[in-house]
Write a new protein. Sequence first.
Length: 134
Amino acid sequence: TRGRGSGSAVLSGLLRRAEAEGEETVVSPSETDSESLNAVYFPGRAVLVCDSRLGFRADRHINMERFIKKDLLRTCSGFVRMAGTLASGLYDSAEERLREAGKLHGILERIYGEAMDFSGIDAEDNRIAAYIRA
């Protein structure tokens, strides 16, 4: 199935069914996971279905809370808290690393721009264009 969460799995099932029936759909993918869905809109029916945890205004919410076994969840609440804390730290670290990579990329672009002989690239471009036209 597409996506990692149960809400995305339900939305993916709706999407597959609609596509099989030739129904037009518009999807809203997760901003953090390209394999997961946040919502599916059915323009022909003017209906938006989304995961209730996202807080979107929608015609139909998928309330995933009803599928959670609360007693089982309580037995692993410490692990869930720890995983949330670790995930938050990982996101913060990733954002910082991306900022650093962006700065380094800018420095490399300056070096590259000063050190590159672009006339050679232009000559190669002209040579390939002449070959294609021949």
